[in-house]
Design a binder for this molecule. Structure first.
Ligand SMILES: Cc1cc2nc3c(=O)[nH]c(=O)nc-3n(C[C@H](O)[C@H](O)[C@H](O)COP(=O)(O)OP(=O)(O)OC[C@H]3O[C@@H](n4cnc5c(N)ncnc54)[C@H](O)[C@@H]3O)c2cc1C
Length: 585
């Protein structure tokens, strides 16, 4: 198992002090490149030379990715500095995913070698006219002697112009449909002149230095060896690739929130207002604590989700969509709240200390729409919701026992995992979502822990058990509303706005389950201050308030304790996560 803490500390050292203008990756240059809309070549090279790409390439293909939580957490450090650099690099690694899912060992090795030697990849899925409706995609691939002719346009493709290789999702059967698409690895350097042209650059609201463009393919010949997976397997491969990608992209949102919270905390502790620091104004302190708790909730959820790809790949379709919907949605609210604490300075683009805040806010939005927008992900949950609720509400003892067992490994970061085999991922979880199914059992464990504890801890654990129990009870109500919806509307309930609302509510319960399971099973990996039941209670309150906005379960003492944990994490240079990872700021 990788010594992730040492590895992350080494990467952070490599990036230097973010406020040292002469350092390797300072905020001042990040902001300058953003203002000039310049691709961050110097930072990509800096991180590639450290070996960052290796952590997203399987060992068999020459990389170092054993547990994918390693790469996920490394990218959090990069995106804290510069989400543009992180996105530019993540795009190459997500473009490699179809090869990891379905490529031959030779293909994987070939393209892994290209990435590791500095080539860039792009993932050409989207088209101007079709967006999320990928089965309407019109780019075609027609058989010809010795290979295929690709024709069509791919648009809003990150890295499309700078890339040496574009993975193209193209229609290989005239009638289209789920078996009518395939994926092609198009190496630009091997193409005849004029067959693959870049589309104009699209200036962006955030990630301003990113290469955002597209490609126009004109009867572009690629050899048979360019097909990734089987002909007709493109949709399955794209969807299986998306499971890791969706979770990975949320790391960018988490990093934006981490940076924004740090900048706001610096301001709030230094800025005196009416005779006291802003951070001591009770309302502002509570806003900071809520923001920290949001990040911890996101951390707990993604801790389980990224591990589920290896431990329970048959459930990854539900996990990836829960994370991709909930984490960016939650953290956009967090950023809006932090902007209120930071006040007028959050609006300044070039402030030496706080200018990075507005970039974090703009960049964070990429996690909303890249690789399946939030609505696509809600739809994926909605499609499976009936079965998931049936299993969760029925609480079959045999199924619960299995879920409890697997959940323990999911939320214990020290528990060893089998290697990542993305081809084993399933497109539907068939009604199984272990952490949610195991939530009621975890509530019992919290009650027992409360009975065994004394003093404040006992009271807090009992309150946490009650809060988690209330959140588990929401499943019964959601299931009842789900049944009523289908009995009232029949089949058309499947497209109703109400169903998507129920899917949203399911994600809140998932997040609560993650927080509880990490508290129970991740104990040895979690930083000692964050093992406190006060932290658990404050996090659960964040989720309970989604159902009952006026209910409070954490009192002033819990808020003060979490505020202290927040300032300690910042002062001691730790990532805003349950596990302790050193950061320069
Ligand atoms: C910065 C950036 C980077 C990108 N990088 C890439 C890349 O590298 N490769 C690539 O292939 N693409 C990329 N894209 C394209 C992006 O992934 C797609 O545009 C997106 O997934 C398709 O969704 P859309 O937001 O365009 O919305 P559309 O699919 O056009 O849908 C419009 C709206 O309909 C609503 N809606 C209602 N019901 C549904 C439903 N069931 N499903 C979906 N939406 C619904 C949603 O609100 C949605 O916003 C990138 C885009 C940007 C801006």
């Amino acid at each position: 198992m990788t010594d992730l803490q040492a590895l992350m500390a080494d990467l952070e050292r490599h990036m230097g002090d973010p406020f040292d203008d002469e350092g390797p990756l300072p905020f001042s240059r990040v902001l300058a490149l953003d203002e000039r809309e310049t691709y961050p070549d110097e930072f990509v090279d800096l991180l590639a030379s450290w070996g960052l790409y290796d952590w997203s390439i399987p060992v068999e293909s020459g990389g170092r990715a054993v547990d994918i939580q390693d790469g996920f957490n490394l990218y959090r450090l990069v995106a804290r500095r510069d989400p543009t650099t992180a996105t530019a690099m993540v795009i190459s690694t997500i473009s490699f995913m179809p090869l990891w899912v379905a490529g031959t060992p030779e293909q994987r090795k070939h393209f892994a070698d290209l990435i590791r030697s500095g080539s860039k990849l792009a993932w050409g899925l989207s088209e101007r006219e079709h967006g999320s409706d990928i089965l309407a995609n019109a780019t075609t691939a027609r058989r010809t002697e010795g290979g295929w002719l690709l024709d069509g346009e791919k648009w809003t493709i990150g890295n499309a112009t700078v890339a040496d290789v574009v993975m193209v999702f193209a229609r290989t059967s005239e009638k289209g449909g789920p078996g009518g698409y395939s994926i092609f690895a198009v190496e630009k350097g091997l193409l005849a002149e004029g067959r693959c042209e870049p589309l104009p650059h699209e200036p962006l609201h955030g990630l301003r230095g990113l290469d955002m463009s597209g490609v126009r393919l004109r009867d572009c010949f690629v050899p048979e060896s360019a097909v990734v997976g089987k002909v007709g397997q493109g949709l399955e491969v794209a969807l299986k690739s998306s499971h890791l990608v969706r979770i990975a992209i949320t790391s960018i949102a988490m990093s934006c929130a981490d940076t924004a919270l740090r900048a706001t905390l610096d301001f709030a502790t230094r800025r005196m207002i009416f005779g006291a620091p802003v951070s001591e104004v009770p309302y502002s302190q509570r806003q900071l604590v809520e923001s920290y708790a949001d990040l911890l909730v996101a951390d707990a959820l993604t801790t389980g989700a990224i591990r589920s790809l290896q431990l329970t790949p048959e459930q990854s379709s539900i996990w990836s969509s829960v994370v991709k919907y909930f984490v960016p949605t939650l953290l956009q609210e967090t950023l809006a709240r932090l902007a209120i604490v930071l006040g007028a300075r959050h609006y300044l683009r070039t402030h030496p200390r706080y200018g990075v805040f507005q970039k974090a806010v703009r960049d964070c939005a990429v996690a909303d729409f890249a690789d399946g927008n939030t609505v696509v992900n809600l739809k994926n949950i909605a499609l499976q919701l009936g079965n998931l609720l049936d299993t969760a509400v029925t609480q079959d003892p045999g199924k619960v026992a299995g879920a409890v067992e697997r959940t323990r490994a999911l939320f214990d970061p020290a528990h060893p995992m089998k290697p990542y085999r993305p081809a084993e991922q399933q497109l539907f979880s068939r009604g199984v979502d272990d952490p949610v199914l195991a939530l009621r059992s975890a509530v019992d464990d919290l009650h027992q822990a409360a009975a065994a504890a004394t003093g404040t801890d006992a009271a807090r654990l009992a309150a946490a058990a009650d809060a988690a129990g209330s959140l588990a009870d929401e499943l019964d109500r959601i299931a009842a509303e789900h049944r009523k919806l289908f009995s009232d509307l029949g089949k058309s309930a499947g497209q109703s706005a109400e169903l998507y609302d129920l899917a949203k509510q399911y994600t809140y319960v998932s997040a609560a389950a993650a927080v509880v399971h990490l508290h129970l099973h991740g104990h040895d990996s979690v930083h000692p201050e964050l093992r406190s039941p006060a932290v658990l209670l404050v996090c659960l309150e964040r989720l309970l308030k989604r159902f009952h906005p006026t209910v409070s379960v954490a009192g002033p003492r819990e808020i003060a304790e979490v505020a202290d944990a927040l300032t300690a994490a910042h002062r001691e240079g730790r990532l805003f996560s349950f596990r302790s990872f050193s950061v320069n700021w």
